[in-house]
Structures are given as C-alpha cells and as structure tokens.
Design a protein around this ligand. Sequence first.
Ligand SMILES: [Zn+2]
Length: 335
Amino acid sequence: MSTQQLNKFAGRRDVLRGVSLAAAGLAAPFAMPRLAGASAPLAQQQVPGLYRLRIGQLEVTALLDGHTAFQDQALPGLFPNYDATVAGRLRQQAFMPAGAVPLAVNAYLVNTGGRLILIDAGAAGALGPTLGQIPRNLAAAGLTPAQVDTIVITHFHRDHAAGLLDAEGHALFPNAELVVAEAEVAYWDDDAAMSQARPAVRSFFEPARRSLAPYRDRLRRITPGQEVSAGVVTLPLPGHTPGHMGVRVHSGPEQLIVWGDVVHTQALQMPRPDWSIAFDSDPGQAAETRRRTFDMAATDRLLVAGMHLDFPGIGYVVRRQEGYGLEPLPWRSAL
Ligand SMILES: [Zn+2]
C-alpha cells in the first residue's frame, strides 16, 4: 500500500468506527514489529493532584483535596433559581454525566521564595473519604505542613477549613499563622447569627468553631483588601459568607485572582450568575459578587483560580452568548 493510499484510508470515518486493516481486506505488506505483552497491573489510582504555575517571581501550586458530588435530586434545593430545562441544556453543553454533578475541592499554595502561604486547607475527613487529600498532595510536592508559614482561609465552611485539623482535632499546621477576615470570625462566633441562619447554613457553625479553636492564639485578623505578604493581597468577595474573600497574587505585570467560592458548579453558575447556592449566607449579595467578579475578570482578561472549578481550577473568564464561561489554562511543562 502506498503512502498516498494509506493517508486516504486513514482519513475515512471507518477508521473511527474501528474497522481494522485486516477486516477491510487490506493485509499489511510489511512485517509488523513484535508488540510487548500488556503485563503491567492497572494503576487503579490517579496521579497526585498537583499543578504549578509561575506568577512573576512567585510560584503557585494548585493542590487537589479531592472530589465530591451534588446528586441530581438535590440540585433544585441547592440552587433556589434552578430551572430543570435550562440545567439540562447547560449540562449537555458541558458534557456533564447524569446522576450527579462532580465538585472539585482545590487549595492553592504560594511560594514567595521566603514564605509558604497556603490558601484554604480542604475538608480533611469532614465530608467523606473522597476528600482530604491535601496532606498527601503536599507531600507529593515535597513539602510538609510544618513548613507552611501562613494560611489564608477564604471562609470557614468545612470544605475549606476542616483541613486545618488533623484526625485528632489538633492543629495540622504547627507553625502557621492564620489570616482571617475579622467579619468572618465574628460571624461564626455569633450565637444569634447561628440561631437565625437557614438550616443549610446553620450546620456550618459548629465545625467552623472547631477549626478555629487550636489557632485562636495565632490569628491575624484583617479587613478583606489588606495585604498578607508582598504580592499576596486579599480581596473582599462577600455574600457566600460575610467575610468571604479572595486573594490576588501578583508579581510584576502578572497576576492570579484566587476567587474562593464565587462558583460551585461552573457549568451552571457561569452561564447563570444569578444561581446562588443554598450555602450562601446572603444569596443576593453572592449573586452580585459573582456578576461583578465575572465582569471584571472577562473585561480585564484576568487569570483566575477557584476552589470548586475543575482541577487545577485555573483559567480565563469569557463572555458567552448565555452569561459567561471558563477557558481552562492549558498544561504547561515549563514554569
Ligand atoms: Zn466550598
């Protein structure tokens, strides 16, 4: 068979349907190399959840805590503005599996060269065995919790703050100061706020207090907008919780906006920013923050990262016919 004939054959759709050369009656006229036997056992586990990128002089490592999922039948309760027809269309567009909507839980580690700053700490064992992988992925990055100098907690929900504790409830990070929004600590400490909260929100109070407890003597209370360290600046993004904040990581002309929980389900909430989630302390304010953040990121072509965007959760916000979408950052070998 000539090269020309082979190219013609390979271009046919039959190749995609699995029609082999032999089945097509085209015996190869040359000797085939001996193939190695498939003798390796199946790996049966994913590679470590790590991805690095450089922002100017800073190095950022995305750390995967794992995945959980929202079951389909829970969605109308989770998103009060949920519309089954719209959701069905958006899910089909995003090639999402039926049955449940996967939810990644990510954290981000900033290495300034002099300090290690962790943004959020994952869920540990608080939300089941599919989460709690940050310590393992930190180890895969060659680091230990004792090396972390500073932890910024975007907000005190379990999937972000339960990982501050080890299995015995002690501080997992023995040397880290904890940077928290003053309004966030005040909210979770407020008994009146707890008793007035909707049930979906009320269940977060006790775990938030437990996560804070061993760090009470090393809290750095800030107002969102303040700097944590050179090139690491907090951003007020209220609504999901009263003190919910993001982090702007910048060096020279480069920057990354880590937006915490502005988005939980990107396939639904990016086209529909008004779909706040039941966990939002103030759903109206959360929707307003979401719209403002998308608009800013799309207009200024900002690189963003999110704790529940598909891992590594880094990309660009783009305007689409229906709301917004995310263009994920391609894998890059060189930092
Ligand atoms: Zn979350």
